[in-house]
Design a protein around this ligand. Structure first.
Ligand SMILES: Cc1cc2nc3c(=O)[nH]c(=O)nc-3n(C[C@H](O)[C@H](O)[C@H](O)COP(=O)(O)OP(=O)(O)OC[C@H]3O[C@@H](n4cnc5c(N)ncnc54)[C@H](O)[C@@H]3O)c2cc1C
Length: 336
């Protein structure tokens, strides 16, 4: 049985590892910290590329059917791990001026439902089929599923930048003077990909995002609300979240209070009932930024047993199921 090592335990690495295991490979997944602690847990959990008509169609092609994949995965996670990742069809109200014609052409082409809704004197677009999930609960459940599937999980194991002159990587060294060997490697290291593989330095870069969560309250949000390039959403357990910033500050985790104030103001303008509700917590994550918003899903240009699945930027959660399918297909072609 061929052995695959997936490097990086975010959503992209975990779904790739599960797909590959189910195709009959022996799979290990490793992370420099713990599974699911980085961008994938920091995300808002919206399973939709917010304004898809503004992007190249190839972005939506990676997101298409993501909601169906997560709905099925959620059922499986509840049954097989007892953990509920809180998938729900929430719908999204768009309170922002948009390219009406672009949106209308896009929704017709993709047969995506859209309604026009009156709120007071204003008219907004509503997307009833937009879904969401709780990213931190999803990542915890996926870790349990991987244990059940007998995928080897190696945590606190940081691999060093790849320097081998040979086209086939036999052993990949770690920072603690150990190494790991495999027939194939999948680099799913998100924002850190340029640090471990020189070819991606500058092509995949960290774009910090901050999120806020309000204290428990009685407000019920019927759907996600998006406006002024921000969003407010409610998770199944009642928590109200708002986000997010886009900051080019490298890997700095120093909180920027000004950004948090702006997020609060925008959230309160979208949902005025939040005016007197205080903040409960805030957090940051590093999106794996790319210029075109498109990830690299490919066989490496030099190393013949290395595959890349990185750079999912703003929609990695949404894109992860299709990305996992694509990388699995590429590896299966090579392993015949
Ligand atoms: C605030 C915020 C809100 C977001 N909201 C959404 C949303 O609503 N919907 C959506 O679809 N997307 C959203 N995103 C984007 C999404 O979170 C990312 O695109 C996605 O999580 C990327 O997944 P990943 O697995 O590639 O990266 P990560 O989750 O960051 O995982 C990469 C992993 O690789 C590990 N690693 C790195 N280097 C090494 C090494 N040398 N050795 C071992 N391990 C290593 C890291 O520790 C990390 O765990 C949001 C992001 C942020 C920050």
């Amino acid at each position: 049985m061929k052995k695959i090592v997936v490097i990086g335990g975010g959503i992209v690495g975990c779904l790739s590892a599960i797909n590959l295991k189910e195709k009959g490979f022996q799979v290990s997944i490793l992370d420099q910290s713990e599974i699911g602690q980085e961008s994938s847990s920091a995300a808002a959990g919206i399973l939709f590329p917010l304004l898809p008509w503004d992007y190249d169609d190839s972005i939506y092609q990676l997101c298409i059917n993501s909601d169906r994949s997560y709905e099925a995965l959620s059922k499986r996670l509840i049954e097989e791990t007892g953990c509920d990742p809180e998938f729900k069809k929430s719908g999204m109200l768009l309170k922002q001026k948009i390219d009406r014609q672009g949106m209308s052409e896009w929704s017709k082409k993709n047969q995506f439902n859209v309604e026009e809704r009156k709120v007071g004197d204003d008219s907004y677009f509503y997307f009833p089929d937009v879904c969401q999930i709780s990213p931190s609960k999803l990542m915890k459940a996926l870790k349990k599923l991987m244990v059940n599937l007998k995928i080897e999980i190696i945590e606190n194991f940081k691999l060093t930048p790849i320097k081998s002159q040979h086209k086939t990587i036999i052993e990949w060294p770690s920072e603690n003077n150990q190494s790991i060997g495999a027939d194939f490697y999948v680099l799913a290291t998100g924002a850190w990909t340029g640090l471990i593989h020189q070819d991606f330095l500058g092509n995949i870069y960290p774009v910090r995002g901050q999120m806020i969560q309000f204290k428990k309250n009685d407000i019920e949000l019927p759907h996600i609300i998006y406006g002024d390039n921000s969003y407010v959403l409610q998770q199944k357990d009642g928590a109200i979240l708002a986000g997010s910033t886009r900051e080019n500050v490298g890997f700095s985790r120093v909180i920027n209070p000004e950004a948090i104030n702006i997020l609060q103001k925008k959230a309160r303008s979208l949902v005025p009932k939040l005016e007197n509700i205080e903040l409960d917590k805030h957090w940051t994550g590093f999106r794996p930024g790319t210029n075109e918003n498109l990830p690299y899903i490919m066989k490496d240009n030099f190393y013949e047993n290395l595959f890349i699945n990185s750079g999912h930027y703003r929609y990695g959660l949404t894109m992860a199921p299709e990305s996992a399918n694509r990388i699995t297909k590429l590896i299966m072609q090579e392993s015949i």
